[in-house]
Ligand binder design. Structure first.
Ligand code: SF4
Ligand code: SF4
Length: 346
C-alpha cells in the first residue's frame, strides 16, 4: 500500500479542494458530542474523536428516502427517484468502514438496490483513526483496523499526516489538490505504534474467537438470557437506529389529498419494534421483546454470516451505548459463551 506524507497545513488545502466538487460530511462537535454533519472547512472537522452516536451510514442509506414519484389520472406516470450528489465522507472510523463494506454487499445482493448503489458510486470514503471507549470492542471482531475499503486513510502523526492510498480515485484527488511526498519508514511506523497503543486500551472484550461466534449463537436459542433481557428491554429500537449494519426499512406511499400525485418512500425500520414482524391478520412472529432481542443478536453473529461472508457486528458498541437499560452486547455474548463452556444455563 502506498503511504504519503501530507504537511499539517496541507489538510485545509485538501478539504478546500474537495469542497469545490463534493459535499463533504465529517465529524463535528455538537452539544459536546461528535456528530457527522456537512462541513465547509477543515477547521470544523474533529480528527480524533470518540465514537459518534449516529453512524455515517445515513449518507448512503438515508433515514427517509423517496424511491419514486407518481401521478394518477388518465395518463399515469411513475418517475424513479435516485438522487445522489458527489460526496466525501471524511473521518470514517475503521469499524464504520467495515460496516460500509457489509452494506455494499447487502445492497448489491439479489436485485441490486439502485438508490444505494448510485449514492455509493458517488461517494469517497476518507478514514481516520480513533481511540476506544468502554463500549468499543472492534478488536474482538477483527475490525480495529481497516486495510482497504476506503479511498484514503488519514492519520495525524504530529508533524503532519500519514495518508494511506486506498484507491486510484483517492490518489487522484490527493495529488490534484495538495503536494505530498512518499512517507518514510519512520513515519509509517507511527501508525503501527498507534495501533499497539489502541489495542491495549480496550476494556470491553468478547471471550471467544470471532469465528466461533456463529456456533455459539446457534446453540443459544433456548438460553434464559433472552427472557431475562426481554423483561427489561423497552422495545424502543434505539439499538437498531444507531447500528451501522442494520439496514431494514419499511416502504410507504404518501398520496396527496386530491389523489392526483404522490410518492413512495422508505424509512428505517427496526426489528426491536413491536410491529416489525407483525403480518396481516395481526399475527406477530416475534411477539415478545426477548424473541426480538434474540433475533437481532443472531442477525449480527449468526444468520448473516454465510450469506454475506462475515459477522454483522463491527464492534462499534453503539447499541450498548444507546440502550437506556444497559443491555450490553458484549456482556450478553460473553454470557452465552460461558453457558456453552460450562453447560450451565442460569
Ligand atoms: S450490533 Fe451494536 S456493536 Fe455491533 S455493529 Fe451494531 S451497533 Fe455496533
Ligand atoms: S436500545 Fe435497549 S431498551 Fe431499546 S430496544 Fe434496544 S435493547 Fe431494548
Amino acid at each position: 500500500m502506498d503511504y504519503r506524507f501530507l504537511p499539517k497545513k496541507g489538510l485545509s488545502l485538501f478539504v478546500d479542494g474537495l469542497l469545490k466538487d463534493f459535499k463533504v460530511y465529517g465529524p463535528v462537535k455538537m452539544d459536546g458530542f461528535p456528530v457527522y454533519e456537512e462541513v465547509s472547512s477543515a477547521k470544523e472537522l474533529l480528527l480524533m474523536h470518540s465514537p459518534s452516536h449516529i453512524t455515517p451510514k445515513k449518507y448512503l442509506f438515508p433515514q427517509r428516502e423517496t424511491l419514486l414519484r407518481f401521478k394518477t389520472g388518465e395518463k399515469p406516470q411513475v418517475e424513479h427517484a435516485a438522487d445522489a450528489d458527489n460526496q466525501v465522507l471524511f473521518g470514517i472510523h475503521p469499524c464504520d468502514i467495515h460496516a460500509i463494506r457489509l452494506l455494499d454487499r447487502v445492497f448489491a445482493y439479489g436485485t441490486p438496490d439502485v438508490n444505494y448503489l448510485r449514492r455509493r458510486e458517488k461517494t469517497i470514503i476518507i478514514g481516520t483513526e480513533c481511540l476506544p471507549d468502554k463500549f468499543c470492542f472492534c478488536r474482538s471482531v477483527n475490525t480495529m483496523t481497516a486495510a482497504n475499503d476506503f479511498d484514503l486513510f488519514i492519520h495525524d502523526i504530529g508533524a503532519g499526516f500519514l495518508v494511506k492510498i486506498g484507491t486510484e480515485k483517492g490518489k487522484e484527488l490527493l495529488f490534484r489538490h495538495v503536494k505530498t511526498r512518499k512517507a518514510t519508514i519512520k513515519e509509517i511506523s507511527k501508525l503501527v505504534e498507534f495501533h499497539k497503543k489502541k489495542e491495549s486500551m480496550f476494556t470491553a472484550s468478547i471471550n471467544a474467537e470471532p469465528s466461533t461466534l456463529p456456533l455459539i449463537y446457534s446453540g443459544s436459542y433456548d438460553s434464559p438470557v433472552w427472557e431475562e433481557i426481554g423483561k427489561i428491554c423497552y422495545g424502543c429500537g434505539s439499538c437498531n437506529l444507531v447500528c451501522p449494519t442494520c439496514y431494514c426499512f419499511d416502504v410507504r406511499d404518501d398520496i396527496s389529498l386530491n389523489m392526483k400525485d404522490g410518492e413512495r418512500y422508505r424509512v428505517w425500520d427496526g426489528c426491536l419494534l413491536e410491529d416489525f414482524a407483525k403480518v396481516a391478520g395481526g399475527h406477530n412472529f416475534r411477539k415478545t421483546r426477548g424473541e426480538r432481542l434474540r433475533h437481532r443478536f443472531n442477525r449480527k453473529f449468526q444468520f448473516q454470516v454465510d450469506k454475506f461472508g462475515g459477522l454483522f457486528c463491527v464492534g462499534c458498541g453503539r447499541c450498548s451505548r444507546a440502550c437506556l437499560v444497559n443491555i450490553n452486547i458484549v456482556e450478553i455474548t460473553n454470557k452465552l459463551i460461558e453457558e456453552r463452556e460450562t453447560g450451565k444455563k442460569e
